[in-house]
Design a protein around this ligand. Structure first.
Ligand SMILES: [Ca+2]
Length: 455
């Protein structure tokens, strides 16, 4: 649950995705669903060059002194402050990682291909067997299936293999001082100190991702404080070395986020030939029986769509030619962990394959992802065509998707909201024609009622 604070989770505020949690394209590399970023050893990362003569206090040192006074005023012990922040320096790789800009958007197919591999499934199945008693106990208490927990484990840290090597107090101090999200990381740093103060872990052993996500399930400190539990009953919460603590904590988080036992996250579906693509949107929700009545069925011929109480949506993460999924209430729960549609679909896919389910059946969708520069150009072109794609920020959020859908409707294309290379080519064409005709505009865009799904 990293995030990557761009990952949301667990109380985290996602960074790049907070305004567009409904991505169909999803996930920038390094963005909301970035792979866990495991850094170099903190000793190497945090070493400052030796100085021959004493230097005046740096801006960081001045900031740190003020922070320490505030932390002390909030009750953090002097021993913890000394252990966690004594002599700490900005961790340069963290700054570089925080300022990194992805070059390309990532297609759903690429995202899944990298995360839900045969090896990942086989490893997860072996671990399901190895930890069967523990996972059974967690499932009994919280109602979260073992395959789902193990899927999170695999996606977050490759089943505990990649916990991250950054010293968390140092990385959080770096981000709190340097970052564009100083307030967020300052709060995380205070929470990290509270965890050390409570005796769960020593400052030196508090390792994590460059963004401060910790342990097998990559909890941010605030999430740890709010949701982590002592699964093995030894009096400490050790999300790094105790699998009971890590699994109980993750399941507790999911339960508190509203997990519904006996309901899936998402199921791949086959859509009828005459399916109205406009209906494939995360917030267009129908009862399963209503979808079934339109001809939607499970992609796996041996499976049937589940009988759930709530409503479900159809999503097309790689456009109308790609796989289609019916997503349920628990999909929303997973999106609280990480606000990336691709991530949530990966949890669904990996957990189903861990349970012996088939791999994806649907088409591959349009190949090739737009670069971020191309996405910005697309947004600018849509804006100049009078369709409101929002700021040209390279992020295909809901506003951009709505503009894409409107463009598609105006040009007789399948209205799936997907911005791939072919859509960019069509928009470029229309933009050139409008430029030649002198009709480009930046006038207020026509409104498009995204809830209008009448055929
Ligand atoms: Ca424990």
């Amino acid at each position: 649950m990293v995030d990557r604070f761009m990952r949301s989770a667990r109380g985290l505020v996602p960074i790049r995705t907070e305004a567009w949690p409904f991505l169909l394209l999803a996930a920038l590399a390094g963005g909301c669903a970035a792979p866990s970023v495991v850094g170099p050893a903190p000793e190497a990362a945090g070493t400052a060059p030796a100085r021959a003569t004493p230097a005046p206090p740096s801006a960081f040192d001045t900031w740190l002194a003020a922070f320490r006074r505030e932390a002390a005023a909030q009750g953090i012990s002097a021993a913890t402050l000394d252990a966690a922040l004594g002599g700490v320096k900005p961790v340069e790789p963290v700054i570089a990682l925080d300022h990194r800009q992805p070059e390309f958007l990532q297609t759903f197919g690429d995202y899944i291909a990298r995360r839900v591999t045969a090896g990942q499934v086989a490893r997860g199945q072996a671990l399901l067997a190895e930890h069967a008693d523990l996972l059974d106990a967690v499932e009994q208490r919280y109602g979260v299936p073992r395959t789902v927990l193990v899927a999170f484990w695999g996606l977050e840290t490759h089943y505990g293999a990649d916990l991250g090597g950054f010293n968390v107090p140092a990385t959080l101090a770096t981000l709190a001082f340097d970052g564009r999200r100083s307030g967020f990381f300052r709060g995380q740093l205070l929470d990290a100190l509270r965890i050390i103060d409570a005796g769960h872990v020593s400052a030196a052993d508090m390792k994590g991702s460059w963004a401060g996500a910790m342990g097998n399930m990559q909890f941010m400190p605030s999430t740890f404080l709010a949701y982590a539990v002592d699964g093995d009953g030894d009096g400490r919460i050790d999300v790094w070395r105790s699998l009971p603590d890590a699994f109980y904590s993750a399941a507790h988080y999911l339960q508190r986020a509203g997990w519904r036992p006996n309901e899936p996250v998402a199921i791949e579906v086959r859509l009828p030939r005459d399916f109205d693509w406009r209906q494939a949107r995360l917030f267009h929700r129908l009862k399963v029986a209503e979808w079934t009545a339109t001809g939607v069925e499970a992609a796996d011929p041996s499976a049937s769509l589940p009988d759930v109480a709530g409503r479900a949506a159809i999503v097309l993460p790689q456009g109308w030619q790609g796989p289609a999924f019916m997503v349920f209430h628990n999909f929303d729960v997973v999106m609280k962990w990480n606000r990336s549609m691709n991530y949530a679909l990966a949890v669904a896919q990996l957990s189903q394959q861990l349970a012996g389910g088939p791999p994806l059946a649907g088409g591959e969708g349009e190949a090739g992802a737009l670069s971020v520069a191309q996405m910005k150009a697309l947004q600018q072109a849509l804006n100049e065509l009078g369709l409101d794609a929002g700021p040209a920020d390279g992020l295909p959020g809901p506003r951009t998707q709505t503009a894409v859908r409107l463009f598609q409707a105006l040009h007789g294309l399948p209205v799936d909201g997907y911005a791939g290379p072919s859509l960019l080519a069509r928009v470029d064409e229309a933009h050139a024609a409008a430029a030649a005709a002198g009709t480009l505009t930046l006038a207020p865009a026509p409104t498009f009622d995204g809830t209008d799904c009448d055929p």
